[in-house]
Design a protein around this ligand. Structure first.
Ligand SMILES: [Zn+2]
Length: 305
């Protein structure tokens, strides 16, 4: 285990340990509705068919497999990538999912291969004129850290963030305790808090509809208020799952990553997410397979479906 991996392992272990020790990080029960069992995917409802793109903004970063797949493969190296996603209606606008981290965060954390996600999206023709919605799946730095650049680059866009995630990251002092703040970057939490009440931030609570054929679902476990996005596509319903699993294998092996806030909630979220789309159309947060197994339409921009 090299220095980077040891530090990463310690970060993950501390977070997991916090949850497993039953500290008062968790609020009341985090799901609003009955959890459907895994099985046949629900229809996504009426709406246009969208395309989903993954933009690889950093990586590969070599970690131990067990960091992305809880307690499996401590002696096995496993690279991960960092992504943002774009959901595009061929004749219409683009909905963005996550902002990635900022250039300064990438430099401070020595994350290799960084490209500003705004530049990657430009390769796809996504710019300030055609984005009105940005879903923030959760408040970890690698998903929201670049949000200030997004706010500037997409001036008509509104952020969509779950209330539980906002309340914890912005208003709960526990988010700034050492083992948790490793992933919740304080200046970014303050910046997002400053958007409260403005027309740039919509705080949503639970499951809901974002646009015709696009829904969001609360899926806690990795964080208290992580949300995923289900999208109507030519192949049927697909889910941009972000870190509800770090790898495709996470859903198949029924095993989340080691970055845990609430393990029981996470297992319930697996069932919920698996009920929304077939396994091969549920996309994880950090799997290198999103780069290698899908056609690229520009450098580091892959069409997932
Ligand atoms: Zn992540």
């Amino acid at each position: 285990m090299d220095g980077l991996n040891r530090r990463g392992f310690l970060k993950g272990s501390l977070l997991a340990g916090t949850a497993m020790a039953g500290m008062a990080v968790m609020p009341e029960k985090t799901l609003t509705a009955a959890i459907p069992k895994a099985g046949a995917a629900e229809p996504a409802g009426p709406g246009p068919e969208y395309e989903i793109y993954a933009c690889k903004y950093a990586g590969p970063l070599v970690k131990k497999l067990a960091m992305a797949l809880w307690n499996s493969g401590w002696d096995e190296d496993s690279p991960i990538n960092f992504y943002v996603w774009a959901i595009r209606e061929p004749s219409g606008e683009t909905i963005l999912v996550d902002s990635g981290c900022s250039p300064a965060q990438a430099a401070a954390r020595k994350i290799p291969g960084y490209v500003n996600p705004v530049e990657l999206l430009a390769r796809l023709g996504v710019n300030g004129s055609n984005v009105s919605k940005i879903v923030i799946t959760h408040m970890h730095y690698d998903h929201v850290g670049n949000v200030e650049n997004y706010i500037q680059a997409f001036p008509k866009a509104k952020l969509y963030l779950q209330k539980r995630e906002f309340d914890f990251a912005v208003k709960n002092p526990l988010a700034q305790r050492k083992p948790i703040s490793v992933l919740f970057d304080s200046p970014i939490c303050k910046f997002v808090g400053g958007l409260e009440g403005s027309d740039r931030l919509a705080i949503v609570d639970g499951d809901g509809n974002l646009a015709p054929g696009i829904d969001f679902f609360l899926a806690p476990g990795h964080t208290l208020g992580l949300q995923v996005v289900r999208v109507n596509t030519a192949k049927g319903p697909a889910v941009v799952g972000s870190d509800c699993a770090h790898l495709f294998r996470g859903y198949r092996d029924d095993n989340p990553s080691c970055f845990i806030t609430d393990m029981p909630a996470w297992m319930e979220s697996f069932d919920k997410v698996k009920s929304k789309a077939p396994l091969d159309l549920i996309f994880p947060g950090h799997d290198v397979l999103m780069q290698t197994n899908y056609p690229s339409v520009a450098e580091d921009v892959m069409r997932l479906v």
